[in-house]
Design a binder for this molecule. Structure first.
Ligand code: NDP
Length: 315
């Protein structure tokens, strides 16, 4: 179904970056249209209390926060489509039109595109992860660490994320067990040193998580030593899976510049990608900070960059 309207701005993705871009774009008369993706509201809809977003002194539930983001964007005229983009044909020269195809079969033309498709935390694939998600299992220490104050927790993973999460949690929790499946860590030397020198972190090489148990919430982590096959249990309240994130960039492969792990590359302190009129905001271009508030900040930048681009190339 081809639609001949040429939009000023289409936003792909509906997390804090996408909605902030929408609020700014709508208020700048850019008539933004948003395609929410398969998980409307993004990663925050899978968390419980959000207590670190400024302006909410009593905290707010992640899903409620995303409803408010949407209401604010719609108040200024953003059109929100519960649909997902399946294919993009991005123009290569300034002033040309980009074309997107959606899951519902629409073909959309637009002068600018703001990509805020986010990233997805990787999980191990254990049944117990689903069972205890939000009840002891998390993939975000900065979001949920506080709920395990003075309690013991497990972190799974041996990369920089795991090292960072373990170090962060060691400041809050009584004890952190770091499970690493190999006999070495992949994290950078400086992060490894930080973990090894922290008396609250017990590094367990060659150990894997095989399950969890507990009445309503996690009470025990079940682990295995993959060298001896010996199984054991750790009494913990929280299990943090920190085996990496996957940026949601499959549909942009071959068109936009990405780093070796698939994150979109933006130019300097802007939201500009390698193609004119295509901007990126939020976790899809940020493997380091990954916070709702930083995503919102870059969403604002993308709308301002898009507005400037429209002024320079179309009006
Ligand atoms: P990585 O891919 O670097 O590390 C993933 C870790 O999880 C590895 O130790 C891996 O083990 C382990 N793992 C993967 N799958 C499983 C599994 N099924 N069971 C058990 N363990 C598993 O991801 P990160 O998120 O740590 O880092 C991604 C990128 O972001 C890196 O380039 C990193 O440097 C960067 N980063 C930088 C930060 C900073 O600079 N402050 C902070 C966070 C990330 P194995 O080694 O055996 O494969």
């Amino acid at each position: 179904m081809t639609d001949n309207t040429i939009r000023d701005t289409v936003i792909i993705g509906s997390g804090p970056a996408g909605y902030t871009a929408a609020i700014y774009a709508a208020r700048a008369n850019m008539n933004p249209e948003m395609f929410t993706g398969m998980q409307p509201g993004g990663q925050l809809t899978t968390t419980t209390d959000v207590e670190n977003f400024p302006g909410y002194p009593d905290g707010i539930m992640g899903p409620d926060m995303m409803v408010q983001f949407q209401q604010q964007a719609e108040r200024f005229g953003t059109k929100v489509h519960m649909d997902y983009v399946t294919e993009v044909k991005l123009a290569k020269n300034p002033g040309e039109i980009h074309t997107l195809k959606t899951g519902s079969g629409r073909e959309i033309q637009t002068r600018t595109v703001i990509i805020s498709t986010g990233a997805t935390a990787k999980y191990l694939g254990l049944e117990d992860e689903d069972k205890y998600l939000g009840s002891g299992v998390s993939a975000c220490a900065t979001c949920d660490g506080f709920f395990y104050k003075n309690r013991p927790v497990v972190v799974v993973g041996g990369g920089d994320t795991a090292a960072e999460e373990a170090t962060y949690l060691a400041n809050i929790c009584s004890k952190v067990y770091l499970l690493i499946r190999k006999n070495e860590m992949r994290a950078s030397k400086v992060m490894q040193d930080r973990v090894m020198n922290n008396p609250k972190i017990e590094v367990m090489f060659n150990h894997e998580l095989i399950g969890m148990s507990g009445q309503m919430v996690v009470e025990k982590a079940h682990i295995i030593n993959n060298q001896t096959n010996e199984k054991s249990e750790l009494e913990v309240d929280g299990v943090f899976i920190a085996i990496g994130h996957k940026p949601n960039t499959e549909i942009f492969h071959g068109q936009l510049d990405m780093d070796e792990t698939g994150y979109l590359i933006t130019k300097g302190k802007t939201s500009k990608t390698n193609l004119p009129g295509v901007f990126a905001a939020g976790d899809v271009q940020d493997s380091v900070y990954r916070q709702a508030v930083t995503a919102a900040g870059t969403g604002c930048m993308a709308a301002l960059d898009a507005e400037r681009y429209l002024g320079e190339n179309f009006h």
